[in-house]
Ligand binder design. Structure first.
Ligand code: CAA
Length: 309
């Protein structure tokens, strides 16, 4: 097709990879995940526009990105402060912000969505962007638990739609799950794999199944830990220590829950529990429901399973 001629690279490897070269990236959602993806994309030379409906969230995200990059520069360029300053300036120049997704997608190669874990909201967003984005633009969702096929169904670009699932904190976690639906084209899949590589990440792929690989295994484990605590089998402190020292995990399940966000965890579990009402693995947790109802979402609100200063 004509629109691919300027964008597709051929013969990059012996397996004849064809992919869209992604230079301009639009990231929708200025929360922890969106800001983290923006940071990594900007520091690997991509022109990034971070979009949110709330200007204050965007300003906070940019401040956070700058603070994180300064930390990176201090360590990586300890002996070369001038090179570090240049890297920081370049990366920050690569980041712009907008509250108008419709206008920025007109110049973008890839849209990565990292907004609330709600199917209808994601479908509405992508359905609207589909009408204004150029034909070559690839859409990707960073959903933690929803079906990419369901999200893509509100668009007419099923072949240019896939999943790109990052992990928190994005600048540190080395994995990206790259998901193709039954309609995703090989070019799109290869483009997403190549983009992940350009970000310095290692990618894995799996079928478009709820939670992909990591969350499908991680969330039931965390919920089992919460149930142990609810039954009084062990304190949350001891369960955390046990999993850190007994398994070498960097965080115990309660620390990790607070880090990911209890609201996010509840969104995921509610969806799975509605889809699988008879599966005890996805049963509701009273403690989790109570904390979320009280607005105690974890580290970001100052309290979750633990209190933060
Ligand atoms: N940006 C850049 N660098 C960061 C950073 C950020 N936001 N946060 C931490 N870092 C860096 C630090 O600078 C430090 O770098 P060096 O090793 O080079 O000094 C390194 O990461 C370690 O950070 P800290 O020393 O501050 O703290 P730590 O050693 O306690 O590590 C942690 C913090 C990386 C978060 C670690 O505890 C960890 O790996 N926890 C597990 C996280 C995890 O499992 N994430 C996946 C969650 S599941 C998910 O995200 C999927 C979903 O859909 C819900």
């Amino acid at each position: 097709m004509a629109f691919f001629t300027h964008h597709i690279c051929r013969g990059l490897s012996s397996s004849a990879v064809r992919h869209v070269v992604i230079k301009n990236v639009t990231i929708i959602g200025g929360g922890q995940m969106g800001a983290g993806i923006a940071q990594v994309a900007a520091s690997t030379g991509h022109a990034v526009t971070l979009v949110d409906t709330n200007e204050d969230i965007l300003k906070k995200a940019v401040k956070g990105i700058e603070g994180n990059l300064k930390r990176v520069v201090k360590k990586k360029f300890a002996d070369k402060p001038e090179a570090g300053e240049e890297f920081l300036q370049k990366a920050m120049q690569n980041v712009s912000i907008s509250t108008d997704a419709g206008s920025v997608v007109q110049g973008t190669d890839l849209v990565v969505e990292a907004i609330v874990e709600n199917l209808k909201v994601k479908q509405d967003l992508f359905g609207g962007l589909d009408k204004v984005a150029p034909a070559h633009t690839i859409f990707a969702s960073n959903t933690s638990s929803l079906s990419i096929t369901d999200i893509a169904s509100s668009t007419s670009r099923l072949d240019r739609f896939g999943g790109l699932h990052f992990f928190n904190p994005v600048p540190v976690m080395r994995l990206v799950e790259v998901i193709a639906t039954s309609s995703t084209s090989q070019e799109t899949f290869d483009s997403l794999l190549n983009f992940s590589k350009m970000l310095g990440k290692t990618s894995v792929s799996c079928k478009d199944t709820p939670g992909f690989i990591v969350n499908r295994l991680l969330l039931p484990y965390i919920l089992d830990a919460v149930r142990m605590y609810e039954r009084g089998d062990g304190s949350k402190e001891d369960i955390d220590i046990a999993m850190k020292l007994g398994c070498g995990y960097p965080m115990g399940p309660f620390e990790l829950s607070d880090y990911v966000g209890l609201d996010t965890m509840k969104f995921i579990m509610d969806g799975w529990s509605a889809a699988n009402p008879d599966n005890p693995m996805f049963a509701q947790s009273e403690v989790l429901n109570k904390l979320v109802a009280e607005g105690k979402f974890g580290k970001k609100t100052g309290e979750g399973f633990y209190k933060y200063k």
